[in-house]
Design a protein around this ligand. Sequence first.
Ligand SMILES: [Zn+2]
Length: 510
Amino acid sequence: MTTQCQVLITGGRVVDPRHEVDEVLTVGITDGRIVHVGKYAIPAERTIDADGLIVAPGFVDLHSHAQNPIGHLLQAHDGVTTSLELECGATPFLHALDAAEYEGRVLNYGYSASWLLARMIVMEGMNPSEINALPTLPLDAFGELQTSRDWPNPSSPEQQQAIIDLIAEQLDDGAIGIGVLLGYAPKVSAAELKALAELAVSRNTTLFVHARFGSGIPGHPAHESVEELIELSKLTGVRIHICHFASSNADGSDESGQLLLEAINRGVSITTESYPFEFASTVIGADFLAPEILEGNGTPASTITYLPRSEVVVSYERLAELRHQDPGGLCLIQYYGDDQQVGVDQLLKALSFPGAAFASDAMPLTTVGSTGSETTLPTTLPVPEGFAAHPRSSSCFIRALTWLHRDTGLMNLSEVISRSSDIPARILSNCAPVFNDKGHLGVGSDADIVIFDLDSAMPRTNPAPVEPAIGVVHLFVNGELLVENGTLQAISPGKALLNGATTTQRGVHG
Ligand SMILES: [Zn+2]
């Protein structure tokens, strides 16, 4: 008998929203690509029995800061096959890319060019050896630079040009889009933002933006930031993707959503993403967590939990102290008020917004309970005691599947899967053609496939202990079986994904 494919998945309910498929089919894989989708089995070297399971395109996560080996292992159990750091991004891009290639990654990965890190490098006047000494994990570099104070200031024309030039270099090297953590440097001028948008337009790429004023900034309702981005896109034609729309618009989802919908209907190129949790996580030194801002807005300090000590912040004085001692320390933030139902309703509106993707905003692990910060991160599962992370880091997509579909029926299965795979891949296909072959199960596409058991699926909802979500039975990354019967295999099939503009052919790690 002649072999027609290397691996055949049989008996599973195949849900491929792009092709409007939802039925029991067989899926064949050869050399990392899908070569067969049909009702009947074809001869194969190996068969995977998916009877009773869902077979779907692997999830494409637009927004994960957990770009290290353990972060990817946790995301593999959440059904992710491509994990991208697009909001913060990396500058120097090659610094992050080389580290990932050297260490190996289980998932496909990519980075945008980081506007904020470029800004830090320029505004702080860093020399090459200081730049080289920055941590290779972008969020760690961002956390480390929280103690420097010149970077959030308005730039001079010369500085602005240097920032733009530095970002252009990262795009030359293959960065996917430009990450714009605007909310962390809200004093930046409209002129700098416009120059950034013009660069993006000239490179046919997208801005991935954490909006200037999120919820709860006195004098700046959240919809003001949405209007700013709509105007920027109208003025320059730039494509904009708004990160974590739910958490950035907790005080005004209705108004922001309405404005955005009207703009999108008029042809303005803006997309959104949200994660299915009603609490956020960031560095405690963030501009928008200043005690005077919280106090001015009537938000109690106790909405913040300082993760390294699992400490609920009892007062604005204590918040000021922690921000001074450890500005890069991670915290959790309840971003809706006391009325739980209002919060959940607003979150659901953002999650079901037309064209919205689900994206995790996964965070790297942080140590808890220990006095020093010298504890090295684990590189394999299980994660030992003494670490914490926002549960979106392990359970964004499994929580969406169980909460929004299985337990409440608020969305059908195809919609949840579409927002986790097809929609994010479409958002990216404009900036990087490699995404044309991701997010769906068409013949010829990349064999990034998640096979899960909806009945037994269970997300994690607490920051500690850090445990993987339950439910992913098998996971293929580039045709290789990374998770088999719920167990991770010791392989690193992840590939670096570039914007396609680079002429340098980079090898994949060995
Ligand atoms: Zn953000």
